[in-house]
Design a protein around this ligand. Structure first.
Ligand code: MN
Ligand code: MN
Length: 301
């Protein structure tokens, strides 16, 4: 089913997805909580990684989106297996390390694990933030290309903090899009899959685009879909997404993983990679290598 060529291609796209996610996080964080109008007035179009923003970040510094994804990656790589408990342990260690940022729903879920060992938050119609979707990439890489494993990993990691049908639908759809694009799917196929989500959950309809880019998973995914399908390069997709403002680091992270997987490493601007925190990029490189090697795809050749 897979040959060496496919596996090299998969590794390239998986790397681009993870590095793309970190770049989207670092690029967007400068604009988090600004409106598109405020961004346009201050920057025209914002297109360089500079740090700053409400978190006063260093240039190239990432936030909770990338850090939580790395928590999941480390748990998988260390165990060479899926363990929701290991993921939750890493979230707890991370929260105790006083991260630069942590969303309210994430904090609540991690605290419930720390206090009661709760691995699955109770269903909650209000827990429809984007915090479960932003960190799913390692679960998608480790399950390549098995859809049943994808579903199990993606939903189990999500429910540690977010147990909500709209969040679940977005997480699963995004995971499937990552599988498809990493395996080389074209935009038409991606589009058909997104249309399927919109049919089942019309709330995700993004045409016409309403321009909302909040932390609500529906607004987040509409923004990512709109700019992913409108853009003709990794850079265009990302610049469009983060200039929408709102939860710009998270929309940037999600668009970055999807556009990275779709366009591959060659499409990621070097000026952005050079600005990134080199320690984070080095860890991402190792994690991607090991996640793909340990996935079903890694043992199919
Ligand atoms: Mn963040
Ligand atoms: Mn955010």
């Amino acid at each position: 089913m897979f040959n060496q060529y496919n596996l090299d291609e998969i590794r390239n796209r998986a790397r681009a997805a993870f590095i793309g996610m970190a770049i989207g996080d670092a690029l967007g964080a400068t604009l988090e909580f600004m409106t598109a109008t405020e961004i346009a007035a201050k920057y025209g179009t914002f297109r360089d990684i500079t740090g700053g923003g409400w978190l006063r970040l260093k240039s190239g510094q990432v936030t909770d989106d990338t850090e939580m994804a790395l928590c999941i990656a480390r748990a998988i790589v260390k165990n060479q297996a899926w363990s929701t408990e290991a993921v939750a342990d890493n979230f707890a260690t991370w929260l105790k390390s006083r991260p630069v940022d942590c969303g309210d729903t994430c904090r609540k879920g991690i605290r419930a694990y720390m206090l009661k060992g709760q691995l699955e938050s109770p269903p909650n119609e209000w827990d429809a933030g984007n915090g479960a979707a932003m960190r799913i990439l390692p679960a998608a890489l480790f399950s390549l290309p098995d859809e049943e494993l994808l579903k199990k990993y993606v939903i189990e990691q999500a429910h540690i903090t977010h147990n909500n049908p709209v969040s679940d639908a977005a997480c699963l759809c995004l995971g499937q899009l990552l599988h498809m694009t990493i395996c080389g799917a074209g935009k038409n196929r991606v589009r058909r899959h997104v249309d399927g989500l919109v049919t089942r959950f019309p709330t995700f309809n993004f045409e016409p685009y309403r321009g909302l880019a909040t932390g609500y998973i529906v607004d987040t995914m509409q923004t990512v879909f709109h700019w992913f399908f409108l853009g003709n390069s990794f850079e265009e997709c990302l610049v469009g997404t983060v200039n929408q403002g709102g939860d710009a680091d998270t929309t940037g992270a999600i668009c970055g993983m999807l556009a990275g997987a779709y366009y591959g490493m060659e499409a990621i601007p070097r000026r952005w990679i050079k600005k990134m925190d080199s320690t984070v990029i080095a860890e991402i490189e190792i994690m991607v290598e090991r996640l793909v090697a340990a996935s079903p795809a890694g043992s199919m050749i």
